[in-house]
Write a protein that binds this ligand. Structure first.
Ligand code: MG
Length: 342
């Protein structure tokens, strides 16, 4: 098993602003696992708030030796091994996990979604996220999102209503809202949620601080709109804690340390009666196709990563009628774009 990797700076089409910070690009590690002549691709997207960066990810990779693993790969053992090296580093662990799944699909001649029993016909529509901006620019961004059947808006500053009215002047699709923990007063938050409900908002992510269990639980009890935990739900152990606090969870491969655990989180959430949203970070087609392979198992999808970037080194995923179209290619179905030389 040969593991190679390279850093890659992903550039965003628009500076991306949410309630707590703004950025124009995201450092990635693109990783390859070579085994018996086949190559599995993986990706780590190191968004700053998760605390991982090129140095920590590279230091982790120095410790990794995968030579003990042979096909058929036991992913529970792979993940237990990776977790034994360090408790954190979910981004780079996700890259390794995704590469294992791409490789497994290629070895077994199956698309990744079939490895998880996902039915492409059950693919939910995916939302397109608009970062916080002036109402004029948000109108322009909403017009750019015409191919999408749902728009997700980042809120949490003091001009939320102005932004919603601006979007509604040009787009009538359902809206998801992400407050990114930006709301602090539960009654004011509920008043806002009720107003957002009237504006066609169907889902609200992480309204209050991830540690404010009572506040989020009170909103969930009283909200006419689905409340979804994102920052509060990172890995498998957090799913159980979300019950009674949120209507659902936002599972992202960069939090769950990859597809193996992400799949377990989706199943656990369903067992607990929680809804499931599958989300992404700023990512290329690689990590997003891995999420798309699990998306038919979820209620909602927010997999816009590759569409928000300027230099995706792979072909954009196939997309029609607001949904990902899963290909029959083996593994992730990833295709490099020649000019990036990967
Ligand atoms: Mg979120």
């Amino acid at each position: 098993m040969k593991l190679t990797y390279q850093p890659y700076q992903l550039e965003l089409k628009h500076p991306f602003t949410i309630a707590k910070f703004s950025r124009t690009g995201t450092p990635l590690i693109l990783l390859k696992l070579e085994y018996e002549g086949l190559i599995g691709h993986g990706e780590a997207s190191m968004v700053p708030y998760m605390g991982e960066n090129l140095e920590t990810a590279t230091a982790f990779l120095q410790k990794v030796d995968l030579n003990a693993f042979h096909h058929p790969f036991k992913m529970d053992e792979v993940m237990a091994y990776l977790d034994s090296l360090s408790p954190g580093n979910p981004n780079i662990k996700a890259a390794i996990d995704i590469a294992f799944h791409d490789l497994t699909g290629k070895i077994e001649q199956k698309p990744c979604y079939l490895l998880f029993g996902a039915d492409p016909d059950l693919m939910p529509v995916t939302s397109y996220t608009l970062g916080i901006d002036t109402p004029e620019i948000m109108i322009k961004k909403a017009q750019e999102a015409a191919d999408f059947k749902v728009i997700k808006i980042k809120l949490g500053r003091d001009n939320d209503e102005e932004i919603i009215r601006a979007i509604r002047s040009v787009a009538q699709v359902p809206l998801y809202v992400d407050a990114n923990q930006g709301w602090t007063d539960r009654q004011k938050a509920l008043d806002k949620i009720c107003w957002l409900h009237e504006q066609g908002v169907e889902l609200i992510e992480q309204p209050m601080d991830r540690n404010d269990l009572d506040g989020n639980a009170w909103l969930t009890e009283n909200s006419p709109v689905a409340i979804v935990g994102d920052e509060a739900v990172q890995r498998f152990a957090d799913v159980e804690k979300a019950k009674g606090v949120y209507h659902g969870i936002n599972m992202k491969l960069m939090k769950s340390a990859g597809m193996y655990e992400g799949h377990r989180m989706i199943l656990k959430a369903k067992e607990l009666g929680l809804k499931t949203l599958i989300g992404c970070m700023s990512e290329t087609s690689c990590a997003t196709l891995a999420a798309a392979a699990l998306a038919p198992l979820c209620d909602w999808a927010d997999l816009d990563g590759p569409f928000l970037t300027k230099n995706n080194p792979y072909q954009n995923p196939k997309f029609a009628n607001g949904k990902y179209v899963l290909k029959e290619a083996f593994g992730l179905g990833l295709v490099s774009v020649d000019r990036f030389g990967l």
